[in-house]
Design a protein around this ligand. Structure first.
Ligand code: MYA
Length: 490
């Protein structure tokens, strides 16, 4: 688990909570037993949501993960053995390889069974840029959902349905990512969730929930389609996000079941790779990117404990130091419009060509992800004679603040994709800070990836205290420097 630290005067910010999942992964060191007695695998209809949440403590017994069948175990063992020979797979816990290594301290009962790249090892050239496990024909895929423990049901979530969207919102609002000290919790807005979960080609069957018998949503995971380019190879993937298990059902191996079921469903749609980010270090990160934070509202950030007054500073000096210009300076900078989509999409494509791990946006994708939505995504362009030459974008992700007498929410802008060709990137991002400040943001966050490192110091960004790990599921590629990464997930 990553720890918060105040490293020096400039490194004053509390890391975004992606990086600091507070949950400890307490689990049995052995493979969990096959406890599921229920075959309740149906998709749900919406049931009343008036359950007392304490009801769900009549819970899942420890270990809900289905034991692989013998045939599956054999197949997996042979694949893992082959990958181990090639130095790619992490040895499974209790395997002879891990026994020979004399430890399985880093063993992951679930992740060690998954097609993930072995940490710290260089992949042999001949295996690079290909799936770790070959894509399977449809008839070899499991057709039925994984079993759920008695009293729990799979649920396809219809995010266009207000009631269902509210249920996802409530689950995440109360149970999603927090910082180590449980002071802040991500509070993805209703409109944000709709945006995040409905890009072109989305499927409700990949907005996967788990309900208790009474209808309460107690778990969720989502997959939305995206084309990834890793080095020179392009392939269809899904972006996985919003994995969440109700606090009262933690450490019961429900997360692996959610991941296996979403994998099964994604595979059935003909896709065998996925991209995701997490604060936790799991087997196989492709890269690791640090968050940086630009204080916009010092007084509030200090009052809520997000940051602190650096040594030899006063609040008055801090306020002065973090003041941003009241107005933008770029000539011609304006809100992105539909007429800009083709040109701005081309601008972004040209920009992303410079990096090794990127999303390939079609114009349709681009329109979905970048057209401005109030309180969700802000996008600005500079256009000269019908050609977009520069763009700014950031998304709005606020956090609820726990137990603070003065403030209930922290308002944060997250840098999305920014391209400068006719102006200096630093000047463009200075305008981004002004736009964010004028939209009432308290802080502007950006990952150290693409060209972001070029403006951090000049624009007074402070270093966060953890790293966001980037993962590609079932794909073998070299690990990458964060500056080669050009993907921002939500
Ligand atoms: S990242 C955001 C994750 N969500 C949160 O942090 C919200 C707050 N926390 C929770 O809701 C729970 O603590 C979660 C774990 C649900 C995270 N990614 O059920 P358990 C492994 C992957 O007993 P719980 C995001 O959304 C852990 O190492 N695995 O634990 C991207 C252990 O496995 P192993 C994780 O605490 C998600 C096992 O789960 C994560 O009750 C990408 C323990 O299970 C994590 N963030 O629940 C998912 N955290 O024993 C992968 C813990 O092996 C997608 N674990 O160490 C893979 C691609 C799938 C599609 C493929 C298609 C081709």
């Amino acid at each position: 688990m990553l720890k918060r630290k105040w490293s020096n005067e400039n490194d004053i910010n509390k890391t975004p909570y992606h990086l600091k999942i507070h949950t400890l992964f307490k689990h049995s060191p052995t493979q969990p037993s096959y406890l599921s007695t229920s075959t309740s695998t149906s998709t749900s209809t919406i049931m009343s949501d008036n359950t007392n949440e304490d009801d769900i403590v009549n819970q899942i017994p420890q270990g809900t993960e289905r034991e692989p069948t013998e045939a599956e175990q054999e197949k997996l063992a042979s694949i893992i053995a082959a990958l181990q020979q090639q130095n790619i797979a992490t040895p499974a816990p209790n395997s002879s390889a891990s026994a020979m290594a004399g430890t399985n301290a880093n063993a992951h009962a679930f992740w060690d069974t998954q097609p993930m790249f072995k940490q710290g090892q260089a992949a042999p050239q001949e295996l690079l840029h290909a799936p770790l496990i070959p894509n399977k024909p449809m008839e070899d895929l499991r057709q039925t959902p994984y079993n759920m423990p008695k009293g729990y049901l799979w649920a396809d979530i219809d995010i266009s349905n207000e009631a269902e969207k509210n249920q996802v919102y409530d689950l995440l609002n109360k149970n999603y990512v927090e910082d180590d000290d449980c002071m802040f919790r991500f509070d993805y807005s209703h409109e944000f969730l709709k945006w995040a979960l409905t890009p072109p080609g989305f499927q409700s069957s990949l907005h996967l929930g788990v309900r208790s018998e009474s209808g309460l949503l107690v778990g969720f995971i989502s997959a939305v389609p995206a084309t990834v380019r890793s080095c020179e190879k392009k392939f269809p993937t899904v972006e996985i996000n919003f994995l969440c298990v109700h606090k009262k059902l933690r450490s019961k191996r429900l997360a692996p079941v959610l991941i296996k079921e979403i994998t099964r469903r994604v595979n059935l749609s003909g896709v065998f790779q996925a991209v995701y980010t997490a604060g936790v270090v799991l087997p196989g990160p492709v890269s690791s990117c640090r968050y940086y934070h630009r204080t916009l509202n010092p007084k509030k950030l200090v009052e809520v404990g997000f940051t602190r007054i650096p040594a030899r500073m006063t609040m008055a000096r801090m306020v002065k130091s973090y003041k941003v210009p009241a107005e933008t300076s770029m000539v011609g900078l304006r809100v992105m419009e539909t007429k800009d989509v083709a040109s701005a999409c081309q601008l972004l494509k040209n920009h992303l060509d410079k990096f090794s791990l990127v999303i390939e946006f079609t114009e349709e994708d681009f329109e979905h992800w970048f057209m401005p939505r109030k309180d969700v995504i802000t996008s600005y362009v500079v256009e000269k004679e019908g050609v977009v030459t520069d763009m700014i974008s950031y998304y709005h992700l606020h956090s609820s603040i726990q137990k603070n007498p003065l403030h209930s929410h922290l308002r944060a802008a997250y840098s999305f994709y920014n391209v400068a060709t006719s102006v200096d990137l630093e000047d463009l991002m200075r305008d981004a800070l002004t736009l964010a400040k004028n939209e009432g943001m308290d802080v502007f966050n950006a990952l150290e990836q693409m060209k972001n490192g070029e403006f951090f110091e000049a624009l007074k960004f402070g270093k966060g205290d953890g790293n966001l790990q980037y993962y590609l599921y079932n794909w073998c590629c070299p690990t990458m420097d964060s500056k080669d990464v050009g993907i921002v997930l939500l």
